[in-house]
Design a protein. Structure first.
Length: 376
């Protein structure tokens, strides 16, 4: 039985399918010409105007995709977007990369941003190289580059490296250098550095013992924690009128829960202001810290190496028994006194119990330092 060709069947409008096919091709050509016109308009933009737009985009980006999606839009956007001015002004959230998606391309992008003079990229890449990729020299040099530009977090990280002798032996500890770096970071307003410096002064660790001065630094760290969660209009008054803290303290006390927090992941408030009897929300972690936490969840440290027990730190040991342990229970270890203070008030205070036989668990523990659980 013979049938007619499908192209000869009439369409509902009375034409044939061949005409419809030609119409679709014509529509495709028309839409293609419209796209070409739009691209011609983009090509007509002056380079300096496009550069200023991408600089504004990179400085205000809230996630890596905000900038990356613009760079992959077309070849011209990529060429202009990789200019040093754009990379230098990239905001901190641009470097909030996921550890599970880390690649050589991510490494190259961070390196280009660091070479362009982006301080946040220097610090992030330095932390990743030093702790995650075990490139101690390259990571320390990147953090030093950021520290020269007065990056408070980089100064504090270098201080922790000096306190622990990270990347070397126990003899490589330099307590005086750690205190100096910590003091510089504290001067720039880094809260953990203020807390670490206060404990160093109270204990005489790397500096002459001065309990009153150490107490003052610890109270100042608490006050800065409170100021960080109060409206910006009230923050200036805190510097000159400490009595203005009272309304916010009363409000925070009313919202404070007395139930103990069992795990870091279930934390709703960070009780750092124990002097005032109130809680504040936990501070936002830096992208480099978040990356390390994710990285070592996927790639645990080598045999015998431990992570800092404070869940918001992410630092691993670079040698056995590098971190100091709790002198009461001996079951937790910390890279710094600041991390110990944070974890104590968040979690460990409810779990710390004396253990009689933990000293005999390992003969190598004779060279390990211990830290007390006496906090502000």
């Amino acid at each position: 039985m013979r049938t007619r060709k499908g192209t000869c069947y009439t369409s509902p409008t009375g034409g044939c399918r061949r005409d419809l096919k030609r119409g679709r091709e014509g529509a495709t050509e028309c839409s293609g010409s419209k796209r070409q016109v739009r691209m011609n308009h983009l090509d007509a933009l002056p380079d300096d105007l496009l550069l200023s737009i991408l600089v504004k985009l990179s400085s205000s980006a809230g996630r890596p995709a905000d900038l990356i999606s613009a760079l992959i839009a077309c070849k011209r956007f990529n060429e202009v977007g990789m200019q040093p001015m754009v990379l230098q002004n990239a905001s901190t959230p641009v470097f909030a990369m996921e550890a599970s998606r880390w690649s050589d391309g991510s490494h190259r992008f961070l390196k280009k941003c660091a070479d362009a003079g982006n301080v946040e990229a220097c610090y992030t890449l330095g932390m990743i190289r030093f702790y995650c990729l075990q490139n101690r020299g390259g990571g320390a040099s990147m953090m030093a580059k950021a520290a020269i530009s007065s990056h408070a977090a980089a100064l504090y990280s270098l201080a922790i490296i000096q306190f622990n002798g990270s990347g070397g032996s126990k003899k490589d500890k330099d307590l005086k250098a750690g205190v100096a770096l910590c003091a510089r970071a504290a001067f720039l307003g880094h809260i953990d550095a203020l807390r670490e410096l206060g404990h160093c002064l109270q204990d005489g660790y790397g500096v002459a013992k001065n309990v009153a001065e150490g107490r003052r630094f610890l109270v100042q760290a608490n006050a800065r924690e409170l100021a960080s969660v109060c409206p910006k209009s009230q923050q200036k008054s805190f510097r000159f009128q400490p009595s203005s803290l009272e309304p916010w303290l009363r409000n925070l006390r009313r919202n404070t829960t007395s139930d103990p927090v069992d795990t870091f992941s279930s934390l709703q408030g960070c009780p750092l202001l124990s002097d005032f009897g109130c809680n504040v929300p936990p501070p936002e972690s830096h992208p480099a810290v978040k990356f390390m936490v994710e990285w070592f969840n996927l790639h645990p440290p080598g045999p015998g190496l431990r992570l800092c027990s404070y869940g918001g730190c992410g630092r691993p040991e670079t040698r056995k028994h590098e971190f100091r342990r709790c002198s009461v229970c001996g079951t937790v270890n910390y890279c710094s006194r600041a991390c110990q203070a944070l974890d104590w008030k968040i979690r460990h205070k409810n779990a710390c119990m004396p253990v009689d036989d933990w000293l005999e668990a390992d003969d190598d523990d004779d060279d390990e330092d211990y830290i007390d659980e006496e906090f502000v």
